[in-house]
Design a protein around this ligand. Structure first.
Ligand code: B4P
Length: 193
């Protein structure tokens, strides 16, 4: 079983790359952003709460996000392994994930960050905003808030996972194929250790 976290700033390509590699390794892809967006489009109670935070570029509160992730993981068991995209995004989420996985006799094997400069991220997200209809992609101000949320709440996870000796970073700039090759190289080299 292989459990991988795809990590990075907003717009770094986590969802894009996770969707490509899930088939290669037969993994179950869980994107917390996608689950929230599905709930928003269905008008569920969870969606209505998530919308208040996502539309401002803020993270959804930990309690709600952790409960949702737990139910997603349990709902997909048994499986070959997970690719987690957009989770964890805070230290509390990472600690809760470790506890959940221990209870299920599982663990995170690798955390791979896609490293992309802010200038590229802002361009990518504003470009996507023209067609996605996503409220959080609509202005530079909102994207700046998302980048601040990353610096304040998500960046500390780098040290958290470095301490666990699970953290790897790759260059996230280049074609989808180029980034994918770098990602697969890390996964294959670690799987064959
Ligand atoms: P997410 O849905 O996770 O999305 P993201 O950070 O915006 O983007 P991602 O890195 O997946 O980039 P993508 O592949 O789409 O989060 C949205 C919001 O949900 C958060 O702000 C938060 O409010 C909430 N949320 C989610 N998880 C949460 C959690 N755990 N806790 C609390 N709140 C949570 O790529 C972006 C664009 O770049 C696309 O248009 C893509 O086509 C393009 N692109 C990708 N790779 C490229 C490349 N190599 N070159 C050029 N363009 C590229």
């Amino acid at each position: 079983m292989l459990n991988v976290v795809i990590f990075g700033k907003p717009g770094s390509g986590k969802g894009t790359q996770a969707a490509i590699i899930k088939d290669k390794y037969g993994l179950t892809h869980i994107s917390t952003g996608d689950v929230f967006r599905k709930n928003i489009s269905q008008g569920t109670e969870l969606g209505n709460i998530a919308k208040q935070f996502m539309s401002k570029g803020e993270l959804v509160p930990d309690k709600i996000t952790i409960a949702m992730l737990e139910s997603e993981i349990k709902g997909f068991m048994p499986c070959n392994g997970f690719i987690l995209d957009g989770f964890p995004r805070t230290i509390l989420q990472a600690e809760s994930l470790d506890k959940l996985l221990v209870n299920l006799n599982l663990k995170i094997d690798l955390v791979i960050a896609l490293d992309v400069p802010n200038k590229n991220l802002i361009n990518r997200l504003l470009k996507r905003g023209k067609t996605s209809g996503r409220s959080d992609d609509q202005s530079k101000e909102k994207i700046d808030i998302r980048l601040e949320e990353y610096d304040n709440k998500t960046k500390p996870l780098i040290i958290f996972y470095e301490n666990q000796k699970k953290f790897y970073s790759i260059d996230g700039v280049g074609s989808l194929t180029d980034v994918n090759i770098r990602l697969v190289d890390v996964i294959d080299s670690k799987c064959n250790d």
